[in-house]
Design a protein around this ligand. Structure first.
Ligand code: HSE
Length: 419
């Protein structure tokens, strides 16, 4: 049998994930992988590892010929890209957990992988402990992936659980998510949906071969969820979740977005609480499959990094099969959504943007409506993200054939069933 490839690691970052990896590796001697050096920003902090392990000089790692793997778990996007590209050009394989960097520099990273022939693995960058990238890449290596719906941000899911199930206020819930090491150092990235849409952008490549910047996707976070929304959800026996969704349309294109959604109790995603993430995949013949696991935190994230390191022993690379070996799908915003919108001041709502409005609840101080609106008319607009307006998707499939729906709506109106 071939002897196992010895992996000598240069680690960038010793925060929640970096330290977690250090501990996890120490408990996994069978992996034949050792950390030779750790590059940190400053020596100031007290760290639970020998001082001789640390340096502040990135070249010490990037130019060390013994080091054949660079693991990068820092949260400075530009510095991370610089480290990853230099490492690959210097002939090293790379494992990264920097979601924002991967989303922002995706095209460049694809080119670097082609140019250098080195592996760049980033399973830890989406859904932490759930092996979602390798699943989408390897298992669903065919054209029958109908839809993927997922909770991809642990902090916001943790916060929604604490706010809705346990009555904490927004600030308390965020503070806890920060204290537990789930949130980004800039928690706006979690709360306003940026982290989720970053992850969704590159998951769409592995699922459908779509390569798009995040600004091509409709997204929001949970910053505007109002106490009234939680009351409405409870009355309807539903949960509110921040859901990333992709759905293949009849025209072969894919609709994709990240929005807060009301989720029925019998939806698998309703079961996902706290910092857990979940992925529901619907495919041609298998019907529904559900993946579940911790989506944030030190050891769950380190476990995914560890698995990537292990995969380097057999020189595993992403092949981007949907992009290079199949006809990639195009992204489409040509769909309509049934949404709930709550607000204090009706003048903030451009009623004319809705195809039609099904319900008005205008008597209470906090008002809400339910209506049908196109993604195109929400995309690039901010009225539904600002001034306390809260927009939540209702639990029904995206609407592709608006003409049929319009006719049906009109006939119901004529019959006096709705108005
Ligand atoms: N802040 C991220 C989250 C960490 O809460 O999901 C894991 O990517």
């Amino acid at each position: 049998m071939e002897t196992q490839k010895q992996l000598t690691i240069g680690l960038f970052g010793f925060g929640v994930v970096g330290e977690g990896l250090y501990k996890v590796l120490n408990q996994t001697p069978s992996l034949n992988a050792t950390i030779k050096k750790v590059c940190i920003k400053n020596y100031g902090k007290k760290r639970d590892a020998p001082a001789s392990l640390f340096t502040t000089e990135k070249e010490e790692l990037l130019n060390d010929r013994d080091i054949n793997v660079i693991v990068e778990v820092i949260d400075d996007t530009e510095a991370a890209f610089d480290i990853v590209s230099t490492a690959m050009k210097n002939g090293k394989d790379v494992v990264s957990a920097s979601k924002k960097m991967i989303a922002e520099y995706f095209t460049e990273l694809l080119a670097l992988q082609k140019e250098t022939g080195k592996s760049l693995l980033y399973e830890a960058a989406a859904c932490a402990s759930i092996p979602v990238i390798r699943n989408l890449e390897e298992y669903y290596d065919y054209d029958l992936l109908q839809s993927v719906r997922a909770i991809v941000n642990g902090s916001t899911n943790y916060m929604l659980t604490k706010i809705i199930d346990e009555g904490l206020d927004f600030k308390q819930a965020l503070l806890q998510a920060q204290q537990l090491g789930f949130a980004e150092s800039n928690p706006t990235l979690d709360v306003e949906g940026y982290d989720a849409v970053n992850k969704w952008a590159f998951l769409l490549t592995h699922a459908y071969g779509i390569v798009e910047k995040t600004d091509a996707l409709l997204f929001n976070g949970i910053q505007n969820i109002h106490a009234t929304d939680a009351v409405v959800a409870n009355e309807k026996n539903q949960e509110i979740k921040l859901v990333a969704q992709a759905q293949k349309l009849k025209n072969g294109k894919v609709a994709a977005f990240v929005l807060p959604q009301f989720v029925n109790q019998n939806d698998h995603l309703a079961f996902v609480k706290n910092e857990y993430n979940g992925v529901v995949i619907e495919s041609g013949f298998a019907d529904k499959q559900f993946f579940y696991g911790k989506g944030a935190g030190s050891f769950p994230t380190a476990s995914a990094v560890l698995s990537d390191i292990s995969a380097l022993r057999y020189e595993y690379k992403y092949e981007y099969k949907k992009l290079y070996h199949h006809q990639p799908h195009a992204l489409s915003n040509d769909i309509f959504l049934r949404v709930y919108v709550s607000f204090d001041d009706i003048s903030l709502i451009p009623k004319e943007n809705f195809e039609w409005i099904e319900e008005w609840h205008a008597r209470e101080e906090r008002k809400y409506l339910v209506g049908i609106i196109s993604v195109a008319s929400l995309h690039g607009k901010n009225w539904w993200k600002e001034n306390g307006v809260s927009l939540i998707l209702l639990p029904e499939p995206v609407i592709e054939e608006i003409e049929t729906r319009k006719l049906k709506q009109r006939s119901l109106e004529l019959a006096g069933i709705v108005n």
